[in-house]
Structure formats: C-alpha cells, structure tokens
Design a protein around this ligand. Structure first.
Ligand code: ASP
Length: 586
C-alpha cells in the first residue's frame, strides 16, 4: 500500500510514531510561515504541516500544492499545541509533520469546491459526479447504501433464501410503466425488453422448485420522474413457495427491522409494525401511503352535505362514488389568503374543482360557504372534526378518488407547514386488501398491482357484475409516508391467470404471445407462492434523511432521465442502426 494509515485513523495515542498517508488536498492554509494541509480520504481528514526551516525544497514543493491534488506524505505524528486542537474530529489532536512529499497526481481546479458550505447546483454535481461523490455527505450515503445491501444479503441468506440473478434482456413484464426496449441485431425487427421487475422470472423460480429466492435486482421503468423515482433503480426482490400472505409479510418485515436496527437510531412509532386495510387508510388519510408520524384524520360528512344548500356538496353527495369529506388543520386559521390559494391550486392539480374551507377565529366561524350551511350542520361539522378555535377545516367534494387525492395532499401540506411530523420515530406499516382493479378514465380496467396477483377467490365470482368490488391478496409496505414496495400472493393456476388477463381486456391471442410461457409453466405443477419487492434506494434515502433518491444513487440520471456525466442517451452511428435494422423517423 502507498500508505501506512488512513486519514481518519491517527489520534493522540499515535504521537511520536512515523506514518505515511495518501489522499487529496482538501484545503491549504498558509499560517505564520507554516503550510497546513487538510489531507482527505474516504476515512476522514488529517492535518499535515510543513515547516519552512526544516527543508527548503520540501517547503517550496508544498507551496505548489492545490486543492484536489493527490499526494503521499511521510513524517512523524505530533500532538497539536493546546488551543489548536479540534475535539470534534477523531484526528483533531494531532498533525503529521511532513518530511517526504510525493505528488501522485495534479488536478485541474475543480468546477466546484468539495464540501463547500453552499453546495453547487445539481446539474454541475451530476455532470462531475465523481467529484460530487468525494463530498463527505455523499460518501456517507454510499456507505449507508452498502450497509443496507449487506444487511439484506445476510438476512435473506440466513432465512434459507437463494440469491438468484435473473437476466435484463427479457420480454416485457408489466408493472404499470412504459418499457425500455433493446433492438436485437440477430433478429432484426425484434426487441428485448428491460425488466420493470423480475416478476415473471422469480415466479418461474418457484415453478422450478427453488422455494425461496431473493435478489438485489435492477429494474427499468420509463415513467415520469419524481424525487423518489429513477429510470433504473434497485429493489429487494423476494419470492417464496407454499406460503400465505402473513408468511411473506413476516419475512419482509423482519428484513426491514434488521435494516433499521443496523442503520437507524430512531425507534418505530408505537414500537411495532401495524397493518391497516386499504379502505381504512384511504378513508382516514386520503392516501394508500400516508405518513403516520402525524395523525390529521379526514372525516366523512357526506350525510350532512346531502342536506345543505351548497351545490358543490349536494352534487358530490349524489354522484356515483361521490363523497364529501373534511380535514381539520390545527392552527390553520392563521393561514393567509395566498397560502390558501396555493393549497387550492394543489388540490386542483389533483382534479378537485376547488378547496372549500372554514376558519375558526376568535370564537366565530368564517367562510365564503357559511351562508349555505345551516347552523346545525356547521355545529356538527365542527363537532365531528374536533376543530377548535384557531383551526381551519378544509373540504373535498367529488368522487372518492379525487377527494382522497386532494385532501390527502392537503393533509401532507398542513403537516409540513405546521411542523406536525414527529421526526424522532419511523412509521412502518402494512396496507392490505387492495382493490384488484382500478378504472381507467375511459372506463376500462387496469390492475392495481400487477396481473399475476391473486384475487380474493370468494369475491372473484362477482367480477363480471362488479369488478371494482373484488379485492386482491396484495400488500404494500409504507415507511415514513413513502411506499417502499408491494407484494402479493400469486396466481398459480393457469385457468385463473387466463381469467384475470381476460378481465384486463387482454385477448386470448395476446395472452399467448405475451405470457404464453407463464400459462405453460403453470400447467407443469406450479406451487402456491407469493412474494414482495421494496425499493432499496428509497429505504436508503429515508434513512439518510435525503429529499430524493438521486442523493443516494451513485450515478443517477437527472430529472429529465439523462446521465449528465456520460452524456447518455446519445446518438449512435448510422452503421450501428443499420446493423440493427432500425430506421429513425423524423
Ligand atoms: N414485482 C412487484 C414490483 O416490482 C413486486 C412483487 O409483487 O413482488 O412492484
């Protein structure tokens, strides 16, 4: 090794010893004729010092050093003088007095300072990701990510799972997003599809009798990007045979508890992982992934709204799947007109027509809609929501879906604005009993999980009359308001699988072309099985307290799905396209 120690290692007890360090020039300070350098590597920072009187050539060389040069220094470890020690650093009591300096590599002036107080803009950080990753916070995030991998691997291995890798050049597995496709050179006009998840392959592992599988799997989804999404991401992918829902839940829950134990100091809220039904969380919090580190429940007032004179309420109360609900925001009476307008815009983005409200101020109610509500109704709304003087009540009146989405959003906004989130705990819970199908805007059905999810067999009989009343054996896990992942008990019967495809409007011909291999496999003795997957980047993001997964992904794409460092995607040579039989449209 080119060093005897790392830069995070030497302490007062090493004083008097000799050492060689290698790393980057973090900062150079010239002080009272001395040159001090903070030498940085992955493990920390050690102060090194050059004295002008000891060796003129060495000192002259030290004067040339610039930030981010890579150097090797040898010398003796000395205790720093009283008053110049830094007790906040492991290495803060010593310095290395240099007698040999080797410049291993020079560096251009970096486009931004490493660990600067004010961080460079993200575009620049992503373009020079290898420099960005030199920053302390980023190194910590990458180390945390590695730790999470490690915990996952030991946990699942100890639980008898086989780590099985599955290919990336496959055929489409629908998970609700657009697919990335790869043209085949050998079969012009044919394409591989990058997996949105290894869903089909892990199920086929169960058919193969491999019994318990896990993989840290790379998944590709070409969808609109948000803070917690990337075109490619990692998930812990798990599948087991001869199990029921609770067995899968137990395994997954155990793995997340192990991660939290190893990587977080915060306890679980209420000391346990709870389970709620989808209906309950939607009704109470307006979201299937509510942040339960704060309460803020939503109250159904459809029965009251039916009898008022506010048309928006009465219309909603009488429409198909219509509802009227109220959200109490403690302290909300202090919201300004413009803040309420901003929240109204948020609700409108989620298709609400507006955002009615009542303010409770100085012992009286005020609201533009007050005149349409009888005193009895007003009193009952206040009573049911538990609103007090100083609070605000916001209303949603529309279809269940729109009311949940908009009030759920306002709930989150209110928690942020009034600092209601208890950040000293983690909230980890299950959401179960999801509807099997969702209705598209055009009235057609789509799956709410994926098409391999088993329906509730009892309810399946009603699928033709009322498909939306059928639930699936599916479960989500939510951590601090983020959906970590989903899983389900799978269909293992070829006939039932074909029925589900049919309900989704996939023709027999299409079924054969897209999923014939699954239907065929199921006819060779597929065991009952189920599984789960959770996003590892999201887990790391939450544990690191970062606002988005780019901060914990070593080489992420930007928000427009570009790799700014490599400059990808990029054009390819005409000859390459020709070879693939691909012609570009204008
Ligand atoms: N394949 C699913 C997903 O990626 C997870 C699962 O059902 O196991 O969301």
């Amino acid at each position: 090794m080119l060093r005897t120690h790392t830069s995070g290692e030497l302490t007062a007890k090493d004083a008097g010893k000799k050492a060689t360090l290698a790393g980057w020039v973090h900062v150079r300070r010239d002080h009272g004729g001395l040159i001090f350098i903070d030498l940085r590597d992955r493990y920390g920072i050690t102060q090194i010092v050059f004295h002008p009187e000891s060796d003129k050539d060495l000192f002259a060389m030290a004067e040339t050093l610039r930030p981010e040069w890579v150097i090797q220094v040898s010398g003796s470890i000395a205790k720093r003088l009283e008053g110049t020690q830094n007790k906040n650093m492991t290495t803060g009591e010593i310095e290395l007095v240099v007698d040999v300096l080797v410049v291993l590599n020079k560096a251009k002036t970096p486009p931004f300072e490493i660990d600067a107080e004010k961080e460079a803009n993200e575009e620049l950080r992503l373009q020079y990701r290898y420099l960005d990753l030199r920053q302390k916070r980023m190194q910590k995030n990458i180390a945390l990510r590695s730790k999470v991998f490690q915990v996952i691997r030991s946990y699942f291995t100890e639980n008898d799972c086989l780590e099985i890798d599955t290919p990336c050049l496959i055929k489409g597995t629908p998970e609700g997003a657009r697919e990335y496709i790869v043209p085949s050179r050998v079969y012009p006009g044919n394409f591989f599809v990058l997996p949105q998840s290894p869903q089909q392959l892990k199920q086929l592992c169960m058919v193969a009798g491999l019994d318990r599988y896990f993989q840290i799997a790379r998944c590709f989804r070409d969808e609109d990007l948000r803070g917690d999404r990337q075109p490619e991401f990692l998930q812990l992918d798990f599948e087991m045979s001869f199990c029921e829902q609770e067995d899968v839940q137990k395994m997954i829950e155990g793995s997340l508890q192990a991660i939290l134990k190893a990587c977080s100091k915060k306890p679980l809220k209420n000391g346990k992982v709870e389970t709620f039904t989808w209906q309950h969380v939607m009704d109470t919090y307006g979201s299937d992934k509510p942040d339960l580190r704060y309460d803020l429940p939503i109250t159904d007032i459809t029965d009251l709204a039916k009898d008022c004179e506010f048309k928006v309420f009465t219309d909603a109360a009488s429409m198909k799947r219509g509802t009227v609900r109220a959200l109490r925001v403690p302290g909300g009476a202090t919201l300004s007109r413009s803040e309420i307008d901003t929240w109204t815009e948020l609700a409108k983005e989620l298709k609400a027509k507006g955002l009615a409200y009542i303010l409770l101020k100085d012992g009286a109610l005020s609201s533009p809609i007050l005149k349409f509500l009888s005193e009895d109704i007003q009193k009952e709304i206040v009573k049911r929501t538990g609103a007090k003087d100083g609070d605000a009540i916001f209303f949603g009146a529309d279809t269940f879906k729109i009311v949940c989405a908009s009030l759920g959003r306002i709930r989150a906004e209110a928690a942020k604005k009034f600092s209601l989130i208890d950040t000293s705990v983690h909230s980890l819970f299950w959401v179960t009993n999801f509807p099997m199908f969702e209705e598209n805007d055009d009235g057609s059905l789509t799956f709410s999980h994926h098409p391999f999810t088993s329906p509730n067999i009892e309810e399946w009989k009603n699928r033709k009359e009322d498909p939306l009343s059928v639930h699936s054996v599916c479960y989500d896990m939510v951590l601090d308001g983020y959906e970590l992942g989903s899983g389900s008990i799978r269909i293992h019967d070829a006939v039932l699988q074909a029925e589900v495809f049919e309900m989704l409007g996939i023709s027999a011909e299409d079924q054969k072309a897209r999923f014939g291999h699954m239907l065929e496999a199921f006819s060779y003795g597929a065991p009952p099985h189920g599984g789960f997957a959770y996003g590892i980047d999201r887990v790391v993001m939450i544990l690191a307290g970062e606002p988005n997964i780019r901060e914990v992904t070593p080489f992420p794409k930007d928000q427009k799905a570009k790799d700014l460092m490599l400059g990808a995607p990029s054009e390819v040579a005409e000859a390459q396209l020709k070879e693939l039989g691909v012609k570009l449209g204008k």
